[in-house]
Design a protein around this ligand. Structure first.
Ligand code: FE2
Length: 319
């Protein structure tokens, strides 16, 4: 089955092609705000302006024509409403024009499923870490179950806000990661409650510490504290479920220090750890195309096709 997938939940307009065996194209355009965070309306305008060229690039790369696809998949949520609408409208018009099914894909499911596919992990504990979502997830029958999650902010969002306090313009998490390599540790608030964790107190303390500490030391200590919290919660999930596989996915999963901490924890527990290539942890259309293929036989009611800004992974009925 050949599926064209469109991702537009936040700052990325991604178009990917699943050709039945592999991701044959995974093209994207990013919205980079000049100042501050993402303004949903401005981001949506950018996504709409770039949709045509990204679609063309994906078709060129895959060597496919629009008429060859068996279905069109799109990110239905969670995400920013105006941004989600762009991908939804694009997919809907393609499905109507070529008289092919339209498949709504939960963004979190897309991250998880592409990671399982690319890493070969069958039943892992999943540390899903992105801007808006930070959750510890396992599959239970026909549902994903969230065992633990952030009680306030997503981890990526913490790095974005902190990065702006540092005066960084873009790619906050990766710049914090670079600065942290030259830093030393000092104590910051550490809040794990069972398998849940809270991050805003840590963010506030790290931001205040910028007045008195070296920025490299604050970056290092922020990363160490946040990632140790996430690793502790993940370890607890591994102990509880007795699973032997762990994966990380989502934008923050690209961080090598986080990967290292999770890998060490897994080695100590005799579990395997894996992470997909960076391209598939950043938001992308390929993961939506692949996840769409898994849901292709499912029947969707009109209400299932409406974008949902808050759409949790544990609400999705799996095929
Ligand atoms: Fe994402």
């Amino acid at each position: 089955m050949k599926v064209l997938g469109i991702e537009s939940s936040a700052h990325t307009l991604g178009v990917g092609v699943w050709d039945g065996r592999k991701i044959a194209a995974n093209e994207k355009a990013f919205y980079k705000p000049k100042k501050g965070g993402i303004h949903p309306r401005k981001a949506a305008d950018f996504l709409a302006e770039n949709a045509g060229s990204v679609l063309k690039a994906a078709l060129r790369k895959s060597g496919r024509k629009l008429g060859e696809f068996d279905a069109f998949a799109f990110t239905v949520g969670p995400g920013l409403g105006p941004c989600l609408q762009i991908g939804s409208t694009m997919a809907r018009s393609l499905a109507l024009r070529f008289k092919k099914p339209l498949i709504p894909v939960n963004h979190c499911i897309a991250h998880v499923e592409i990671t399982r596919h690319l890493t070969g992990m069958r039943e892992p504990v999943i540390a899903y870490v992105s801007g808006g979502n930070t959750q510890i997830i396992v599959r239970e029958g026909k549902r994903y179950r969230v065992l633990g999650e952030t009680l306030d902010m997503g981890l990526g969002n913490v790095f974005d806000v902190f990065g702006r306090e540092l005066g960084l313009e873009w790619a906050h998490g990766s710049v914090v990661e670079q600065l942290a390599r030259k830093g030393k540790y000092f104590g910051l608030p550490y809040t794990v409650k069972g398998m849940d964790f809270a991050l805003t107190g840590l963010l506030t303390a790290a931001t205040k510490a910028l007045r008195t500490q070296r920025r490299e030391d604050v970056c290092f200590s922020l990363q160490e504290t946040a990632f140790a919290m996430l690793t502790e919660a993940t370890e607890r999930a591994v102990a509880l479920t007795k699973k032997s596989e762990v994966v990380a996915c989502g934008g923050v999963a690209q961080n090598r220090r986080l990967q290292g901490m999770l890998r060490t924890m897994c080695m100590e527990r005799g579990a395997r750890f894996a992470v997909a290539p960076d391209e598939f942890n950043a938001d992308n259309g390929g993961m939506v195309a692949y996840a769409g293929s898994l849901f292709a036989k499912q029947r969707f009611a009109a209400g299932d096709l409406k974008v949902r800004q808050r759409y949790r992974i544990d609400e999705v009925a799996l095929p």
